[in-house]
Design a protein around this ligand. Structure first.
Ligand SMILES: CC(C)(COP(=O)(O)OP(=O)(O)OC[C@H]1O[C@@H](n2cnc3c(N)ncnc32)[C@H](O)[C@@H]1OP(=O)(O)O)[C@@H](O)C(=O)NCCC(=O)NCCS
Length: 398
């Protein structure tokens, strides 16, 4: 078994593996090679002779931590042929993917796990939330109307670059927000006859100031007699007027979709504008995981509070030797530098450091799990202060 970069003629076999792993279908059209997926130079295959038996990819994304966008490898499509599982192929792919991301300057990595065990074993840890809420679609029509200066229009392919800049500019300001880049947005927004999604842009004058992307799903419990549910995949707006215009427009689906599901922010603006009710299912939360790929580069790339601090860490990383060992972290006025050495008096593993890095778990919380040791109460308070950022969340799924 060999792990190497995907070759273009293997795209169909790789897609077949992903389909077999993640959908109810077993076979895909041979003409469909998903060439709008992750760029080939960010995709790995495991091969036995001529047969592709495993696949893993890392989208070249950015993710916002401490107010700065950090280059992030968004891991996806990790799949091993059903008859070849449990023999170390998944592990070999993750090992090579970590090397690939380090080579490409993707200094952190995040993913949505369908199973956490292999990822935790390879150093990723739970590091943020993706929350989905449901509202009654009809209620959206009761939001106050926006001014006449906001005009909604069907998205056209020529709008792509402006929409990418709008979305990524907004999510870059959200803790944990995804900066997806052109290729990832194009995949969702450009017309695809198999995906009945409905991108809509909001304009003010000549500028695009908002985007919604929604699709119909099968009705869920709680959807009464309606034929469908509405699922909002993306909704970004430059201000609350534009945001209301987009929501009100989605409200017009109420006759066929009783409820609307969307990816929520923690203090979701809709919460303050719509009636609350116990008749709707509670929000659902899915956790994502993050791993620091290159510890010194990742720590230097994040945003930090204007504090001065010096901490001597001992990091255990049994998968990436370059990260393993004692380092001194020096913070000064919003910048952090990491140099090898020091006493390593505060010890933690790479997964613990990763969830502290995103702001999901505080150093004190990780001390309570036993995965951060050696810090007294004063040092823990200082570390809590240093790493504190608003709770990270991802509205976007990849
Ligand atoms: C998950 C998957 C890629 C793992 O590949 P694999 O070749 O079977 O994995 P390995 O044999 O290298 O095992 C890797 C580690 O994960 C563990 N593991 C693998 N699959 C697991 C599972 N489904 N549940 C729990 N643990 C699992 C193994 O015990 C091993 O642990 P260790 O490193 O501590 O010894 C494979 O089972 C698969 O394709 N599953 C379906 C698709 C999927 O769920 N992908 C993950 C997407 S996020």
């Amino acid at each position: 078994m060999d792990v190497r970069l995907l070759r273009p003629d293997e795209a169909h076999a790789a897609l077949q593996l992903r389909v077999a792993a993640f959908t109810s279908a077993m076979h895909v059209d041979p003409d469909d090679v998903a060439d709008d997926y992750v760029p080939d130079d960010h995709r790995l295959v495991a091969v036995e002779g001529d047969r592709v038996v495993g696949h893993a990819a890392a989208w070249p994304f950015g993710q916002s931590f401490g107010g700065r966008v950090v280059p992030m490898g968004g891991v996806g499509g990790v799949a091993v042929a059903p008859d070849r599982r449990g023999r170390g192929i998944g592990s070999a792919l993750l090992a090579s993917l970590l090397e690939l991301m380090a080579d490409r300057g993707l200094v952190v990595s995040s993913l949505y796990p369908s199973t956490s065990a292999p990822y935790r074993s390879w150093g990723w840890e739970v590091a943020g939330e993706h929350v989905r809420r449901r509202v009654r679609t009809r209620d959206l029509l009761d939001l106050p109307a926006a001014g006449d200066d906001v005009v909604l229009d069907a998205f056209e392919p020529d709008d792509l670059d402006e929409v990418v800049a709008l979305h990524d500019g907004i999510t870059a300001t959200e803790p944990g927000g995804l900066v997806g880049g052109r290729r990832w947005h194009a995949r969702a927004l450009l017309p695809d006859p198999d995906e009945p999604e409905m991108p809509i842009v909001a304009r003010r004058g000549d500028a695009i100031v908002g985007l919604s992307l929604a699709t119909k799903t099968s009705a869920e419990p709680g959807d009464g007699h309606s034929a469908y549910g509405l699922r909002v995949l993306r909704l970004v707006a430059i201000d609350h007027q534009v945001e209301r215009a987009l929501w009100r427009n989605l409200g017009h689906h109420y006759s066929v979709a009783e409820t609307t599901t969307f990816n929520s922010r923690p203090a979701e603006p809709l919460l303050f504008q719509l009636p609350l009710g116990l008749h709707l299912p509670p929000p659902t939360s899915q956790h994502w995981m993050t791993r620091l790929v290159d510890v010194p580069a990742a720590l230097a790339a994040r945003g930090w509070p204007p504090l001065s601090a010096r901490v001597e860490l001992a990091i255990t990383d049994r998968r990436v030797p370059a990260n393993d060992g004692a380092v001194v972290l020096e913070a000064d006025d919003g910048e952090v530098a990491v140099t090898p050495g020091g006493s390593g008096s505060v010890a933690l593993d790479i997964g613990a450091l990763s969830t502290i890095y995103t702001g999901f778990a505080s150093p004190s919380a990780m001390a309570r799990t036993g995965r951060l040791t050696g810090a007294d109460a004063d040092e823990l308070a200082l570390l809590d202060h240093l790493f504190a950022v608003p709770a990270p969340f991802l509205r976007d799924y990849f």
